[in-house]
Design a protein around this ligand. Structure first.
Ligand SMILES: [Zn+2]
Length: 392
């Protein structure tokens, strides 16, 4: 019997209610109740909470014919926005999206990949973000929070105080694969799935675990670190940045770029690699199938232990996703417990390059909604992130 967490159900319900209003509003209370498919009193309770949190407003519509004009609910004010900051392929990138997941602005500028995320770089990030907001005509109060995508297993170890002070906004670091998982859970291939494993391979090697409808971070925040699963058993396996030996990430490299590079004399860019895969170039496809098998073996063990509904593979791989998924499937069929191998699906992420941005939206949305709950009912992970942001 799956364990049902009533808090998760309420949280997910309000989430859905707000999303419904953002996507299909304005709606009357009865239209909303019908669309939610829940008892009227439950929906009324959720509406009250959202009204109190000022996330939703209720207004009268112009009278039509006789009788009282209907009142409708809609999201409050101009759409609040969330920003994602990431460092990728030698560029510092900012993206801005509404809480309903609509992309508003994207900007980037070159940055030295080896440069630490220090105060000068964070000052540059703040300037880039301000110019992106200005260009899109978004006033600073509409920005709810900034999420910074980091590859570190314990993102909260990253000091982002310089950015928070400059922007006077909560700045939340989150692991890149966790963001991808949150994005797919809320907007993509993971919608409606109680549990799944998201596998990030495009820019770094990692996984995000969704268990019981929630992101599972683990006791020390290390959950899902696929790149640090030991695959080389010798005592002298190459040492990894995590302090372990023989980690999967050491075999693959830090990105698919590094992995594919081995098969080619020239240093290919990510778009070049993906276009070779799209043209079904046999060499590239074989390399990607190998990559799938390499991550597939540890995933088989994880699937046996976790019994997820699906393995959702990084949608940013584009045409390269197909041989990767075939490689993963092969290893799941070979090494996972047969009952699990039979039931787990291997599917492509639906959000492509946008998975992390939409994950940032999902994180902040959840966090905003959670702040309306009594402390005892908040998601501990989200409450910790809010407390951390408030302390800065
Ligand atoms: Zn490691």
């Amino acid at each position: 019997m799956p364990h049902e967490d009533p808090d998760a159900r309420v949280g997910a319900g309000r989430h859905r209610l707000l999303t419904l209003l953002e996507c299909a509003g304005p709606l009357t209370r009865s239209e909303l109740t019908e669309r939610m498919g829940l008892p009227g009193t439950t929906v009324a309770g959720m509406v009250s909470e959202l009204l109190r949190a000022r996330l939703v407003v209720e207004r009268e519509t112009p009278a039509r014919g006789v009788g009282r004009p209907p009142r409708v609910l809609e999201p409050a004010g101009p759409a609040p926005v969330v920003s994602l900051l990431a460092r990728r392929d030698g560029r510092l990138r900012v993206a801005v999206a509404t809480l309903s997941g609509g992309l508003i602005a994207e900007r980037s500028r070159p940055v030295d990949d080896g440069k630490a995320l220090d105060a000068p770089l964070l000052a540059e990030a703040a300037r880039l973000l301000r110019s992106a907001l200005g260009e899109a005509g978004i006033s600073p109060p509409r920005l709810v929070a900034v999420v910074v995508s980091v590859a570190r297993p314990r993102p909260h170890d990253v000091d982002l105080s310089a950015l928070g002070e400059r922007l006077e906004k909560p700045v939340v670091p989150e692991n890149d694969a966790n963001l991808g998982a949150l994005g797919e859970a809320e907007f993509g291939a993971g919608r409606g799935l109680d549990s799944f494993v998201y596998v990030m391979l495009g820019h770094s090697v990692g996984a995000g675990l969704v268990v019981g409808g929630r992101l599972h971070r683990g006791a020390s925040g290390f959950a899902g670190e696929l790149g640090h699963v030991q695959v080389q058993e010798q005592e002298d396996g190459s040492l990894c940045v995590c302090g372990g030996r023989g980690c999967l990430g050491r075999h693959i490299g830090t990105s698919l770029h590094d992995f594919v590079h081995r098969a080619y004399a020239a240093r290919l860019s990510v778009p070049e690699v993906l276009s070779l895969a799209a043209r079904r170039e046999p060499g590239v496809r074989r390399v990607f199938a190998d990559l799938g098998r390499m991550v597939g073996k540890p995933l088989a063990g994880l699937c046996t232990m976790l019994d997820p509904a699906a393995v959702v593979v990084d949608g940013s791989l584009g045409a390269a996703g197909e041989p990767v998924m075939a490689g993963i499937r092969e290893e799941l069929d070979r090494h996972a417990a047969p009952a699990v191998a039979d039931s787990v699906r291997v599917v492509a992420g639906e959000l492509g390059e946008r998975a992390e941005l939409l994950g940032a939206v999902a994180l902040v949305r959840r966090w905003t909604l959670d702040a309306t709950l009594p402390a005892s009912r908040r998601d501990p992970a989200v409450a910790a992130a809010s407390a951390l942001a408030a302390a800065r």
